[in-house]
Structures are given as structure tokens and as C-alpha cells.
Design a protein around this ligand. Sequence first.
Ligand SMILES: [Zn+2]
Length: 343
Amino acid sequence: MDASAAERYARQTRFPPLGAAGQARLAAAHVAIVGCGALGSAQADLLARAGVGHITIIDRDYVEGSNLQRQRLFDEADARDALPKAAAAARHLAQINSLTRVDGVVADLDSDNVGRLLAGAQVLLDGADNFETRYLLNDYAVARGLPWIYGAAVGSYGCTFTIRPGATACLECVFGPRPEGAAETCETAGVLNFVVDWVAAQQAGEAIKLCAGQTAALRPTLAAADLWRNEFRQLAAPPRDPACPCCGQRRFVHLEALSAAASTVLCGRNAVQVNPRRGALDLPALARRLQSLGTVRQNEFVLRFAPQTGPLEMTLFADGRAIIQGTDDPAAARSLYARYIGA
Ligand SMILES: [Zn+2]
């Protein structure tokens, strides 16, 4: 560690359980953050400042004005430009700590790309807002024997649990099969920013302990709190379930599932993601083609198109995905995509 790095981390290395040796392990560590909304951006901020050497951030979405209340890596310019969150996060983190390598990956994590996108990461952090991604992450982590840290926040309630395959119960041992149907979300129930930070702080703390090799300091319980009602609970985690399809039977149904459906309703947002898995789109060429058909706005990452003919707006990503705003009907979204982009 050179002098400026030593000075930078001095308050942390002075903490005996970490010390210079722990700091060196953080510098050599690679953490992946799946989902860079409120939880993910707070985790990334803490881990970059703590000196984790390599952070991969995966997110499928772009920054909107309604994110700024709690997604603390982003600012008004990011929302105005509709920057992809992974790219905006990488840009801000580079200014926070240039010693940390940050890979911002604009993609929707699925069973096809999970192995490639998470390759090399030794700790996985849950910043996702949906159970599809979490159960996929759980399958991947158990299959590869990697620790991952679940976290969720809604309203004034937050919950987190550190999962170490082979040592603790997995997500499926704790919560059973993946829930189907609608659940309470931040869009429907709201969420308070200090609740998100409470969860993210614990996730980041557990990640730092794991990276530093301090497994004895990990929290074995499920931590839950309602910060409005000032209720804090530590729930004993259930034991590993030998009948658990994932960690007991090692049947990784989410990992082996066929590619995610071609369209996903983004719950509570009046939007549908269309992912025809057609491969990369040439956004500048597309912008020229769509110019006469409606309003086109473009930056280096995304193209926004509002057709003259209707109320819907489409945000296109270079990986071929689109988010259609203004509908929760997958068929209408796919049809708009097919009409202007091609099936
Ligand atoms: Zn299990």
C-alpha cells in the first residue's frame, strides 16, 4: 500500500480486526452487486470507499427522477439524461475512489448470462427488487459455493441475511419455493431512504467481513427492523433443510431455466421490459431511422423514442432490450417493439 492509500484507509486499518492485512485483502477482493437501485448504490458507495479492489455492478434499468429520493449514487443530470444505472454508478464511483476498479454492466441478469457476468466475483450482493433474480442468484451461489447477502426493504421495514452455501441455510431453505404473483413493492408501498441504507450498511458490512476473511464476525441471524416503529429483531435462521431443492438436492431449476420470458412487466411502474434476445442494437442507426416517426432522444447508452402515434415511450438499450413506458400489457409492448424495431 503506498502512502496516499495508507492515509486514505487509516481510520479503517486502525480498527484492529481489520488492520493493514485486512485492508490488503479488501484491495484484492472482487465483489459483484446485482441490481443498482437504492440498496445497490448504497452498497457500492460503502464498498468503494472501504477500498474493495474490484466491484462489478449489474443493472438493467435507467435513472429516473423518482429514484433520487433514495438511490444515492445518482443525481439530477443522470435522471435527465436517462443514463443506465450501471454506467452512472461506475462514473460516480470512479470519482469517489479511483483505486477501485468498477465494471458497470448494463444487462438483465438471467440464466444465460449469470455465469459470464458474475465470473471471478467472490462475494455476491443482492440489490435486486424481484424474486426471479434472487432465486437465480441463490442457485448460482449454491452451485458455485459462493457467499451472497440477501437484502430487502419496503415501506419502513428492512431485512437481511447472509447466506454461505454449506454453512448456513440458503434462500430457499428460509423462504421456500419462489413466490409467484404480485408482492408488495416499493412502488405500491413506498420506501424510506434510511431503511434502505440500514439494510445496505449491514450487507456491505458482511461483505467486508467476508472479503477480509473474518468469517467468525459474520451475523448468523436474519436481521429485521421497522425503523418507523423502532422495532429491531434478530431471528434465528432455520437450519439447512436436507430436502431443500437447491442446497439439499442440488437441483438448480432457476439456473437451468430457459431464458427469461421475452417480456417482463415492471411491477407498479406502468412499464414492460421487452427482451427479444436478438443481440446488440446499433442505436445511432436506429435513431436516424426513427427520426421522422416521433421524438428521439439519445445519449451514448440509450435511445428514447416516443412515437407520434401514441402515448407509449420506448427506451432502447444497446444489448437489444427495450423498456416500454405507459403500459402494463406485455402484448402491447411487444407489438410496439416489433413495429418500430423489428421482431
Ligand atoms: Zn437450501
